[in-house]
Design a protein around this ligand. Structure first.
Ligand code: PAF
Length: 281
């Protein structure tokens, strides 16, 4: 596995594969890789001949009070995991490579970026869309693999890729969970033992919403209320938001029909966890 830090070396490697007619898959990450990232790499390997993984802790998607400095950066371990999963190339650019002095261009996916996580993290999705647009232009993959845990991010990046004519297939991959249901996340390491013990209740609260949605008299409001009630009972949890949205547009669901997504975010101390489940009616 090659480790490269510059866009020019990256482009050279990808161009050489392209000349041989090989399909390139791309898994963007901020490192601190866990089983859910590795599942993306495996999924990409099934669909593509060569897999590029990026490890880049993107400063512009963190808010002023967020955990940029504390964000884990176990690069040697990440590289070993990528090698083990047979990624062909690990791209690890410096912040000054991605954002050289004088850089002033940002990508904003309006509408989709303002509600749910966007309301609690102003500017976050602008940072995500900007870095992923730059990475797509550098890697030029055939397929981009993203986890469904960050469901709003997935919808935004699909929209961004379509709107900016990136010739890439965006593949959403299922959430990977711990055996107790907690969605895997690099942030789970910040939970203390009591918070870690309570955290799976968040997923159970979303499942209570799914159960509510099956009742004949259920409405979008009753589904959201069922989840909120459960979250308010979780020891040490502070509700950020719960929403029920149309899967493609993330518009708040007006009726319980079609393909919907029940999304939420909860704080345990300073650690903010997100999760979501599908609802089909
Ligand atoms: O989901 C993430 O880890 C990040 O938001 C991403 C897509 C790698 C962009 O920095």
């Amino acid at each position: 596995m090659k480790i490269v830090r510059s866009p020019s070396s990256l482009r050279r490697a990808v161009a050489a594969w392209r000349r041989k007619g090989l399909r390139v898959g791309f898994v963007p990450t901020m490192g601190a890789l866990h089983e859910a990232h590795l599942a993306l790499v495996r999924r990409a390997r099934i669909a593509c001949d060569r897999v590029v993984v990026s490890v880049f802790v993107n400063p512009i998607q963190f808010g002023p009070k967020e955990d940029l400095a504390k964000y884990p950066r176990p690069f040697a371990k990440d590289a070993a995991l990528c090698r083990r999963e047979k990624a062909a190339l690990l791209y690890h650019p410096a912040v000054s490579t991605m954002y050289p002095p004088g850089a002033r261009t940002f990508v904003e996916v309006s509408g989709l970026s303002q509600r749910y996580c966007g309301a609690s993290r102003p500017g976050h999705f602008r940072g995500v869309a900007t870095v992923v647009a730059k990475l797509l232009s550098q890697v030029a993959p055939d397929s981009l693999f993203l986890g469904e845990k960050d469901f709003q991010q997935l919808v935004i990046l699909r929209r961004m890729a379509a709107d900016l004519d990136f010739p890439v297939r965006v593949v959403g991959c299922p959430i990977v969970r711990e055996s107790d249901g907690l969605a895997m996340s690099s942030r789970n390491v910040f939970l203390n033992p009591a918070q870690r013990a309570a955290a799976p209740e968040f997923h159970r609260a979303l499942l209570a919403g799914v159960e509510e949605s099956r009742r004949a008299s259920a409405t979008p409001a009753s589904v959201v209320a069922a989840v909120r009630r459960r979250i308010l009972k979780i020891p040490g949890a502070r509700l950020d938001y719960v929403g029920l949205a149309e899967t493609e547009t993330l518009e708040p669901a007006q009726r319980l029909s079609g393909r919907l997504r029940l999304l939420g975010a909860v704080f345990f101390g300073n650690t903010r966890l997100i999760d979501n489940v599908p609802i089909r009616r």
